[in-house]
Structure formats: C-alpha cells, structure tokens
Ligand binder design. Structure first.
Ligand code: AMP
Length: 415
C-alpha cells in the first residue's frame, strides 16, 4: 500500500509530547509578560481573502509573489492561508473602528509559506507576534523593542543580537530608490538574477540579498539614510537615544531592510547564534497600512517559535526538562476494586491529583508494569480486602515501601 498519502505535507510537522510541553511553557511565559504591557490576545482565521495580504504586504514582495498558498474556493473566491499575522490583525482592527487606535494585540499561531523546505525553514511554522496601533512615536518603538527583549530574557535566552535600521517615511522612497539605483547601476551586470529583477521592482531588497557576490557590492553602497529626509534621520536617532537610556543594546545595520513594503521608520531583526544558516529569530518594525478607507499606523514584531524553541534548548536547557509532578497510579485487583478506583480517581483528579489506572482489569503484574511506565510517584492498590476495611495500600515508588492508609486520610497523605 502507498502510505505517502498519509504523511504530513513536506515542510509541515506534527507537534506533540514531549516537545509540546516546552511550547506550552514558552507560550505561558509570553502571555504573562505581554499582559504586563497591556496586550490582549486576538485569534484571527488562518484563511483570509487574498486581497487582505496582497494589498497590505505589497504586490512586489517575495512573500506575495512566490510564497503564498492561494487557492480558489468552491464559491470562486480567491483565498490565502496566512503567510504572516499582521494583515489579519489589521483586518480585525478595521472592524473595531475608532477603538483600534491605541489597541495592543498579540497572536500565537501557524503561518504558511510555500518556500523550499530546509533546516530552519518550514512551510507551516508558528509565530508569536504583537501589534501596537498608534501614530509614529519613537518612544512607542523603543517600548516595544524593550518588551521583546524582556520576553526573550523571560525565556532565558542570551545569545542574541539586535540589529536596527530605518526605512524612513514613505515620502523618502523616490529619493532612496533613485539614490540606490544610481549607486548600484554600475554593478548591475555583477548582481545575481534575483537582484537584477529587484533592481527594477523593489531595489531596497538588493540590500539583504544573501549571495556573497551581491553582499560585497552592497557593502560598498551608501547607507539609505543618506537619501532620507531630516525627519526620518531624527526619528532613528531618537529611537536609539531612548533605547540606550533604557539599557537596550542595539546596533544600526544599514543593510537591514526587512522583506515587506509596509514598513516606515524603525525596522529591526533579532538573530541567535544557535540557529545556523537561518539565524533570524524575529523581525519587527513600524508600519503604515491602508485597508479599506482607513490607514493604520502601528509597530510590532513576530518571533518564529520553532526557532525560539531551538534557541531555548541551547541557552536554557533546564526549561526543557519535564517538571516533576504528583501522579498516582491506581491498581485494582478484581472487578469491584476497578469500579471503586474509577470513582476514586475522579475524586482525586477533582482535587488536582493526576491519576492513571488500568481499565482492562489485567493481571496485578501487568498493572504494576504500567504503573512503573507511567512515572507515577505513588501507586495505590485496592482489592477485596481493602474495600472491606475501607483502606488503600500506598506504595512509594521511590523507596518501594508500602503502607495501609484509611480512605479518609488519603488526600491529606498524598498532599
Ligand atoms: P519574517 O516576518 O519573515 O521576518 O518572519 C519572522 C520570523 O518568523 C523569522 O525571524 C523566523 O524566526 C520565523 N520564520 C519566517 N519564515 C519561516 C519559515 N519558513 N520557517 C520557520 N520560521 C520562519
């Protein structure tokens, strides 16, 4: 039989125990930290009308041109699996109307990009992202960056660096495009095929080409700030001043552009040494997106959770260890004891004690094997004799000692 039909799609994986425990720890820690800054969660659909993404992310971005899972549904509509979270959150904020101003929202969930799968690059991956809506303000950008570092520290991460740059205001674009084109034109023939296309469609993207031959050329180009307005340069300076004041180490990387068209002013990226070739842990920036008849100003970031997990496994291995917990395994000798144990297990679970028991009334030996395998700290044994006397036999799995305990004292004894 051909079983390939029952495999997950390439670049998509199942997430389950034991690693899922670490995902849950990171998510819980993130929820706690983000709440300190007044953020609340939003869960938007994973499928949106394609225009939600094409209009906001920009028609010429790589994500829109090459990476979206777009399909026509039965009603003939063009739909897309979300490749990122910001567009959906803005679509949601549009429905909020005036209340969206000042809104602070975060999301955690899967994103879909039809990229060539490789180490660190999946087709379904997960992001934790935040969006803070409000007019451009260097203090808002600095606060969000500081919050992000607070979160990474709460996860126990250390080996990361923060690169920062500015995209300037939209009015700077013609001068930046012109200035870069003039500087890059003499090298056009030496650029890779992708960059030759970008030269025409989206020249900024030249700056973050990963090919070594392009990088050498790019290193010789003037920084884009040289072509920007004084307003844009002052905005960047103020963000840097504030970050320094609040103790956030950032360095300006003039080659940093980020992939999407909607960015204005501050953009940043966080890299981590444990991630190998795909070392970007997170990207963020300030954006201006027009959707419907409304323009949204906001600042936010998205952290790749698969990569965050890898980084945590390196920097904070104790977080990855299973937490010891009280667990009782109930062993039943005979049908009457099984019925009584089923009831007792429910009572214990209501009091917060994790319980397991053999439901197939197997032999004592098989039940003890199961108890061992479960990792239970205590085994509770009952047969006809215990039922008659109103007791249970407790076996301490650490030292093997056994003791009869009256049922009435059980909870106190377990706790
Ligand atoms: P981006 O907005 O594309 O910079 O994505 C933000 C973060 O999501 C990146 O820094 C990565 O950590 C993560 N990410 C993006 N694309 C992928 C992918 N294909 N597989 C795994 N993680 C990804």
């Amino acid at each position: 039989m051909d079983t390939s039909a029952f495999q997950p799609m390439q670049g998509m994986t199942d997430l389950a125990a034991p690693e899922i425990a670490l995902w849950q720890r990171l998510e819980a820690e993130a929820r706690r930290t983000l709440a300190l800054y007044g953020f609340t969660e939003v869960r938007t659909p994973v499928v949106e009308q394609t225009a939600v993404f094409t209009r906001s992310l920009g028609e010429t971005t790589d994500v829109v041109q090459k990476e979206m899972y777009t399909f026509t549904d039965r009603g003939g509509r063009s739909l897309t699996l979300r490749p990122e979270g910001t567009a959906g959150v803005i679509r949601y904020a549009l429905g909020l109307g005036v209340e969206s101003d000042g809104a602070r929202l975060y999301y955690i969930g899967p994103m879909f990009r039809c990229e060539r799968p490789q180490a660190g690059r999946k087709r379904q991956f997960h992001q934790l992202g935040v969006e803070a809506f409000g007019a451009p303000n260097p203090a808002a950008d600095a606060e969000i960056i500081a919050m992000q570092l607070h979160l990474l520290e709460a996860w126990g991460l250390k080996g990361f660096t923060l690169d920062l740059n500015t995209r300037g205001v939209p009015e700077d674009r013609p001068a930046v495009t012109q200035g870069l084109a003039d500087a890059a034109r003499p090298h056009l023939g030496a650029l890779c095929a992708d960059c030759q296309r970008r030269f025409e469609t989206n020249i900024l993207r030249l700056l973050d080409c990963k090919k070594e031959s392009c990088r050498q050329i790019v290193a010789g180009l003037p920084p884009t700030t040289q072509f920007m307005s004084a307003e844009s340069r002052q905005y960047l300076d103020e963000v840097l001043r504030l970050l320094q004041k609040i103790g956030v180490p950032a360095r300006v990387n003039p080659q940093l552009v980020r992939g999407l068209d909607y960015y204005v002013h501050t953009v940043w990226e966080i890299r981590h040494g444990a991630l190998g070739a795909q070392d970007a842990l997170s990207g963020g920036g300030r954006y201006r997106v027009t959707m419907g008849d409304k323009t949204f100003d906001g600042v936010g970031f998205a952290i790749g959770l698969e990569r965050a997990i890898m980084a945590v496994q390196k920097d904070n291995p104790t977080l990855t260890q299973e937490q010891p917990r009280l667990m009782v395994w109930l062993v039943s000798m005979g049908a009457a004891a099984l019925t009584a144990n089923l009831d007792l297990a429910q009572n214990l679970r209501r009091q917060g004690v994790a319980c397991g028991l053999d439901l197939a009334a197997r032999s004592m030996k098989a039940q003890m094997r199961a108890a061992n395998k479960s990792g239970a700290t205590t085994v509770l044994i009952r047969g006809d004799q215990e039922l008659e006397q109103g007791t249970v036999t407790l076996k301490n799995m650490a030292d093997g000692t056994q003791q009869a305990v009256p049922l009435a004292e059980l909870t106190a004894r377990l706790m």
